[in-house]
Design a protein around this ligand. Structure first.
Ligand SMILES: C[S@@+](CC[C@H](N)C(=O)[O-])C[C@H]1O[C@@H](n2cnc3c(N)ncnc32)[C@H](O)[C@@H]1O
Length: 219
C-alpha cells in the first residue's frame, strides 16, 4: 500500500523550521568510507532503491521533507537488506548545511536534484529548494571532481537553477540530453511517457589548484 501524503508541503511553515541533528555517516551505513551519492527531494525513494541494488560500491542517501515517505522508504530498504542505502527527513531548503555539517571531507561524490517542487507562482518563489545557500553548501561539501546532476521538466525553473549553479566558479557545466544514471526517477518516467521535454545539466567540481585549467576550458 502506498503511504498517503500531501502533494506539497510548505518548507517555510513553522513545522519544518526545526534544525535537524547533523547526519552521522558512521551510524547510517555498513561501510561509511564508500563514496556517497546524495539525492535531494527523494520522494518515495524508488530511484535510490534501484541504484543501491545495482551499485554496492557506493552509499546512497536520500533527503526528503515529507517524513512518512522517509519512514516507508527506509522500511523498504531494510526489507531488501540494503546496508548502503538510507533516507533522512530534512528540509534541505533551510537546513542542508546544518544536516551535512559532520560529513567527512572528500566523501560526497554525486548530488542529484531531480524535479524539485516548482512552486510556480512568483509569490511562492521563496519556497523553492534550490537557492544560493543550497548551491554553496553542495559545492562546499562535494569532493574534488565530484558531480551535481540537475533535471526538471519546468523550463523557467531549469534556467533559474542552472544559473545558480553556473554562478559558482568552482563548477564546470556540461550539457546532458540523458540522465547519466542507470535508473530513471518516477517523475522522469512520467514526464517522458507523456513525450514532454526534460532540461538537464551536469556540473563538475574542479580542484582549486585547477583554476588555470578551468579558465582555459571556459575560454
Ligand atoms: C516533484 S517531487 C520529485 C521526486 C523525485 N526526485 C522524482 O524525480 O521522481 C519533488 C520532491 O522534493 C521534495 N522536496 C521539496 N522541497 C523539499 C525540501 N525543502 N527539502 C527536502 N525535500 C523537498 C518533495 O517533498 C518531493 O518529494
Amino acid at each position: 500500500m502506498r503511504v498517503r501524503v500531501h502533494q506539497h508541503v510548505n518548507p517555510l511553515a513553522p513545522f519544518y523550521r526545526f534544525e535537524p541533528q547533523p547526519f552521522e555517516i558512521e551510524r547510517a551505513f555498513e561501510n561509511p568510507k564508500l563514496p556517497l551519492f546524495l539525492d535531494i527531494g527523494a520522494a518515495r525513494g524508488r530511484f535510490l532503491l534501484k541504484m543501491a541494488q545495482l551499485d554496492s560500491s557506493r552509499n546512497f542517501l536520500g533527503l526528503e521533507i515529507r517524513e512518512p515517505l522517509v519512514v516507508e522508504a527506509n522500511r523498504l530498504a531494510a526489507e531488501k537488506g540494503l546496508t548502503n542505502l538510507r533516507y533522512e527527513f530534512c528540509n534541505a531548503m533551510l537546513f542542508l548545511d546544518k544536516f551535512l555539517e559532520n560529513l567527512p571531507a572528500e566523501i560526497l561524490q554525486t548530488v542529484a536534484v531531480q524535479f524539485a517542487d516548482p512552486w510556480y507562482k512568483k509569490r511562492h518563489a521563496k519556497r523553492r529548494m534550490v537557492n544560493e545557500n543550497f548551491v554553496e553548501t553542495i559545492v562546499k561539501r562535494l569532493k574534488n571532481a565530484g558531480e551535481i546532476f540537475v533535471q526538471t521538466d519546468v523550463d523557467f525553473l531549469a534556467e533559474e537553477m542552472f544559473e545558480l549553479f553556473r554562478a559558482d566558479e568552482n563548477l564546470r557545466e556540461i550539457e546532458r540530453d540523458e540522465n547519466p544514471f542507470p535508473v530513471r526517477t518516477e517523475r522522469e518516467t512520467a514526464v517522458e511517457e507523456k513525450g514532454l521535454p526534460v532540461y538537464r545539466k551536469l556540473f563538475l567540481k574542479f580542484k582549486i589548484q585547477d583554476s588555470k585549467l578551468r579558465r582555459n576550458l571556459k575560454s
